[in-house]
Design a binder for this molecule. Structure first.
Ligand SMILES: [Zn+2]
Ligand SMILES: [Zn+2]
Length: 364
């Protein structure tokens, strides 16, 4: 199937050059892979279509030959013309400012032409206790990461030395070369490899970081761990990964939270669950037992005739509700009774129990 370039750009065959251009610009910005709405495959198709329809000569050729144009009836075929979607894009959006102004909403600041390289993400684990999970906690993480070089402040230049215009690109940040393609010679523009597109580079490199603008640093980072996280939850901390070379944006830090098992407590949504052994005499006659909670020991009233498996709910003694815990609300602590039957009784106790049995049939 030959590609329908008009369809790709969403224009009529009769569309004016201006209409084609406008349709292309809109779609190219929408699908640029650096955008959240990006789609590399679509981006490629759009640029391929515009490479042809955006040029009156090629468009006429395409209109005349259509399918043969695509199916290789031409020298080298369509695959052979060394198509680079980013090249088409850069040529159309001349001046990188236009490009990045549109693309990133000027987020990189004034006249910044370089596509700043982002630093790597980092990942680490922390293990917290059940109690810390229930209340939320903080942890001081000791991290060894590539961060901004303290000697040069990230510029890569030896302190006190000037940052000069890049000789390779004469300050434009762009290098151009001629590329021969099926459509004839094309000008290939790319980011200057020596200055990374900045147009400037340090005259004398910072010796601490060899001009990279970053250095290994051991730092302590305080991380807030909200209450109620499940074991294995990953928290993302934006910008706490490694910084990019020469003031490039930092990657993120991912912290995987491990929650240790508690010997007595388990979790049921926002509630804590545990069991309590109640002596069979207390279960029959009623009384009190001491129970462990997140807030320490407390006394639980056992009514007369409490069966095994009874549940007692201690309101507000469970897990903090809400990520930031600002509501002050907590789940409950649910305690299940297990009747504790003595393995052995002494002679006197046995005598009493036999008399108890003789006194009448047990009734529920
Ligand atoms: Zn440095
Ligand atoms: Zn340069």
């Amino acid at each position: 199937m030959p590609k329908d370039y008009y369809h790709t750009l969403g224009v009529e065959r009769s569309a004016s050059a201006d209409e084609v251009k406008r349709a292309y610009r809109k779609l190219a910005l929408q699908y640029h892979p650096d955008k959240p709405t990006g789609n590399e495959e679509k981006f490629k198709e759009i640029n391929e279509a515009y490479q042809v329809l955006g040029d009156s000569e090629k468009r006429a050729q395409y209109d005349r030959f259509g399918a043969t144009f695509e199916s290789g009836g031409s020298p080298g075929g369509a695959q052979g013309f060394g198509f680079d979607p980013f090249e088409v894009f850069q040529r159309e959006f001349t001046g990188f400012e236009d490009l990045f102004g549109d693309l990133f909403g000027g987020a990189f600041g004034r006249r910044r032409t370089r596509v700043a390289e982002r630093g790597d993400d980092r990942a680490t684990d922390v293990t917290i206790s059940f109690e810390e999970m229930a209340r939320g906690t903080t942890r001081d993480l000791i991290l060894e990461r590539l961060r901004t070089c303290p000697t040069c402040g990230g510029s890569g230049a030896k302190p006190g030395t000037p940052i000069a215009t890049c000789a390779t690109c004469a300050g434009s940040g762009v290098v151009e070369r001629q590329v021969r393609t099926f459509f004839g010679a094309m000008l290939h523009r790319s980011v200057c490899p020596d200055c990374g597109g900045e147009g400037k580079r340090p005259q004398t490199l910072c010796s601490a970081c060899s001009g990279t603008g970053r250095a290994h640093q051991r730092e302590t980072l305080r991380v807030k761990i909200p209450a109620g996280l499940d074991d294995g939850t990953r928290i993302r901390i934006t910008g706490e990964g490694e910084v990019g070379p020469r003031r490039g944006p930092a990657g993120d830090l991912y912290v995987t939270v491990r929650v240790k098992r508690h010997p007595a407590f388990s979790r049921d949504e926002q509630d804590v669950r545990s069991t309590i052994a109640v002596p069979f005499t207390t279960a029959v006659l009623g009384g009190t037992v001491e129970v462990e909670t997140l807030d320490g020991k407390t006394t639980l009233e056992i009514p007369r005739g409490t069966p095994s498996g009874s549940e007692f709910r201690l309101r507000g003694r469970g897990i903090v509700i809400g990520r930031r815990g600002e509501t002050g609300k907590r789940g409950d602590h649910v305690i299940t009774t297990v009747i504790d039957v003595p393995k052995r009784v002494n002679r006197e106790q046995e005598e009493l129990l036999r008399r108890f049995v003789e006194a009448g049939t047990l009734r529920r």
